[in-house]
Design a protein around this ligand. Structure first.
Ligand SMILES: C[C@@H]1O/C(=N\OC(=O)Nc2ccccc2)[C@@H](O)[C@H](O)[C@@H]1O
Length: 471
């Protein structure tokens, strides 16, 4: 009885309490997550500090741009090869026309820098298999096009020179490769898949050898059964890439465990270095990210990654996109905004205007975004809190100024307010309850987000803040 009493009385804390996911750990896995909790090394800390990235989807799909022989393709432009109106034979010969004579890596990098992006993700090859670099493992590359020259090298050099890290998008699905199989039905399929796995490993090693300053891979196209069913290979591949390029940052889309689970293994543990499932959607609250690092990727139209001439439907504005960026950072994540250059290497006017508008705000307010983390304050309707990593500085990024003009701020327990400022102007909050304030923005109107800096002090035996003494 004593033993029973003891076992139900002495609650053992979880052996590894870093994650908040109720991990079962009931399934023994060889190829599940090998790390519990976030990566704490310098390369991951750098990725985490960047917060704002630029995605670029560029390839031969930019030539049709979502249209073909007068008809409009309703899917995502980079998927047009899958449209019955466009014969594979015709699509697979588009590379003969791919000649981006107006491509200017320097110009691309400087407009990304102006926007305030700190990293860039480029499609080395999308699902169609066309390689933007002269891969020696494929004939279907930029070398076979009229342009001939490598596109990735100048991009990596120009972006790095502009102080922007580069990550390589790589699609595992490759519609151009004779050995690609979505599913494995026969022994011949399995033999082809083995050859395909060697091809993937060779191309990835080739990319790291050619572009040694890249910081990681952004894998995609890993949902087919042929990939999911070989968790061991995905595990070995990730470890191989880390061995030849230590510190690489790779998201959760690469891996499967030996039971075919993706992103999270069969015990609910995140595989890879950050959660990569937030595609064209954002988490709502901090609990949704389970203590993991994560990244959201976003399109300007509803769902177009490659260049799409039509750009039908709702086109997000700079303020909408800034709110997504700020919301992501307030929930401890990164936000990556996608652009689809034209076949000639230029960006459409609307995308250039967005980069300029976003950059104008980031130039003044980027300090609230870069190195931003979850602040631990109770969410209010006026917008989002962002804590400067490792400090007592908390930014309020205001998107909705209430009709009262008064912004409610509830201080977390054991945290006091030391000062409040709006750019260079000091504000005096009104104490309206126990450790609760109104910050009055009377008469303030703004057509861009307003940033207020709170200096706080926290801890059990802290000196009082400057506004707690009742009048
Ligand atoms: C970034 C996008 O990534 C893709 N697909 O992403 C996903 O499949 N996303 C996904 C799928 C299932 C669950 C959550 C996200 C591609 O097909 C698309 O062309 C684009 O490159």
């Amino acid at each position: 009885i004593l033993a029973i009493a003891c076992s139900c009385l002495c609650i053992q804390p979880a052996a590894h309490a870093q994650t908040t996911v109720p991990a079962k750990d009931t399934i023994a896995l060889q190829h599940g997550a090998h790390r519990i909790g976030v990566r704490t090394d310098a390369d991951m800390a750098r990725w985490r500090s960047l917060r704002f990235g630029q995605f670029i989807h560029w390839g031969v799909y930019a030539i049709p741009g979502g249209e073909w022989k007068g008809k409009t393709y309703n899917g995502a432009a980079e998927w047009i090869r899958s449209w019955k109106e466009l014969p594979h034979e015709e699509y697979d010969n588009l590379y003969r026309q791919f000649n981006p004579v107006n491509f200017d890596a320097q110009q691309w990098a400087s407009q990304a820098k102006e926007m305030g992006a700190k990293y860039m993700i480029i499609t080395t090859k999308h699902h169609d298999g066309f390689c933007l670099w002269p891969s020696k493992y494929s004939k279907y590359t930029i070398a076979a096009s009229p342009y001939k020259k490598d596109l990735l090298g100048p991009m990596v050099a120009a972006y790095n020179k502009a102080g922007i890290d580069v990550y390589l998008y790589f699609s595992i699905i490759d519609w151009s490769h004779p050995d690609y199989r979505a599913s494995l039905k026969t022994a011949a399929d399995s033999a082809a898949n083995k050859r395909f796995q060697v091809f993937v490993k060779n191309q990835l090693a080739e990319l790291l050898q050619r572009y040694p300053t890249v910081k990681g891979f952004w894998f995609d196209g890993t949902w087919d059964d042929s990939w999911k069913r070989d968790g061991a290979f995905t595990d070995e591949l990730e470890q191989y890439l880390q061995s030849i390029h230590p510190g690489l940052v790779m998201g959760s889309r690469l891996r499967a465990d030996e039971k075919g689970a993706r992103h999270f293994d069969s015990n609910g543990r995140l595989m890879g270095d950050y959660e990569q499932g937030w595609e064209r959607k954002l988490p709502e609250k901090i609990e949704d990210v389970h203590g993991n690092d994560w990244e959201a990727v976003m399109t300007v139209p509803e769902n177009q990654w490659g260049y799409n001439a039509q750009w039908a439907g709702h086109i997000k504005t700079a303020n909408e996109l800034l709110e997504m960026l700020v919301k992501s950072v307030s929930l401890n994540g990164n936000f990556v905004l996608n652009f689809g250059p034209k076949a000639d290497g230029t960006f459409r006017t609307e995308e250039q205007q967005l980069m300029t508008q976003i950059g104008q705000w980031m130039k003044i307010n980027g300090e609230a975004v870069y190195n931003g983390t979850y602040a631990g304050f109770e969410k209010q309707d006026w917008g989002y809190y962002i804590r400067k990593a490792g400090t007592d500085s908390v930014y309020m990024v205001v998107f909705n100024i209430p009709v009262s003009g008064s912004l409610r701020v509830k201080m977390p327990a054991h945290t006091s307010l030391v000062s409040v400022s709006l750019q260079q102007q000091t504000l005096t909050p009104e104490l309206i309850g126990r450790n609760e304030y109104f910050i009055h923005l009377s008469g303030k109107q703004s057509d861009t987000p307003v940033v207020i800096l709170l200096k706080t002090t926290s801890g059990e035996n802290k000196e009082k803040g400057n506004f707690e003494k009742a009048k």
